[in-house]
Design a protein around this ligand. Structure first.
Ligand code: HEM
Length: 189
């Protein structure tokens, strides 16, 4: 096995790790939505609050290993930072990380703050409305779908326009998939 193949395998594993973390975050969001009492709500919010840094680790590994692949790429199929598919992946990853921190991370912390002092017991309608936070649902689905769309970009290596369109399709699919969940459940399901 060549060094290139080892680094490519590690790069793919970094993506698998990121999707694993996303799986934890998404399943926690669904459990939060269906929580029956405030103890469960607080427990699920604490998980969401803690997963953020793991996305950062995955992103850093993807970029470092991706950069290494560019460096190692053979002269007959040399990859460059200015290739549309590489630039689109890099910019998408940076935007996804920014949205993760600025929208999801910040709003989860704000919800945790608002729930301080709320007594244990059943989840009220007001709190269910707070938990159905539209920006958090949309941002979390859109960011995962954008990273999934980058897999197509990596494999197909389209032009810059093709790469941007692919990522935009991912973002739209992600946002659309969040809509059914960005409203409060009336009864815990
Ligand atoms: C945004 C998240 C990313 C994901 C999910 C991802 C995923 C992948 C996958 C699945 C492959 C294997 C493609 C194949 O063998 O056909 C790959 C290859 C590659 N990736 Fe990424 N990647 C990401 C970000 C990046 C970034 C930011 C860079 C550049 C710094 C990069 C550079 C590369 C390179 C150079 C290859 C090798 C392509 C080849 O040998 O055909 N990737 N990536």
């Amino acid at each position: 096995m060549s060094t290139y193949e080892v680094v490519l395998s590690l790069h793919i594993l970094a993506a698998v790790f990121g999707f694993g973390v996303a799986g934890v975050a998404h399943s926690t969001m669904f459990r939060l939505r269906a929580a029956r009492d405030m103890g469960q709500v607080r427990g699920h919010l604490a998980v969401l609050d803690k997963v953020g840094p793991f996305f950062g680790i995955a992103a850093l590994l993807l970029i470092v290993l991706g950069a290494w692949l560019i460096q190692l790429s053979p002269s007959e199929e040399k990859f460059h930072w200015k290739d549309g598919w590489v630039l689109t992946a890099l910019i998408s990853l940076v935007i996804v990380e920014a949205i993760g921190g600025a929208v999801i991370g910040r709003r989860v912390k704000s919800i945790i703050g608002k729930l301080e002092g709320v007594p244990d017991g059943p989840v009220s309608a007001d709190i269910r409305a707070l938990l159905a936070d539209r920006p958090v649902w949309m941002a979390s689905h859109a960011t995962t779908a954008v990273i999934a769309s980058v897999v197509f970009v990596m494999v197909g290596k389209p032009s810059g326009v093709g790469a941007v369109v692919t990522v935009l399709i991912g973002a739209v699919v992600g946002i659309a998939s969040a809509l059914p969940f960005a409203k409060p459940v009336t009864a815990a399901a």
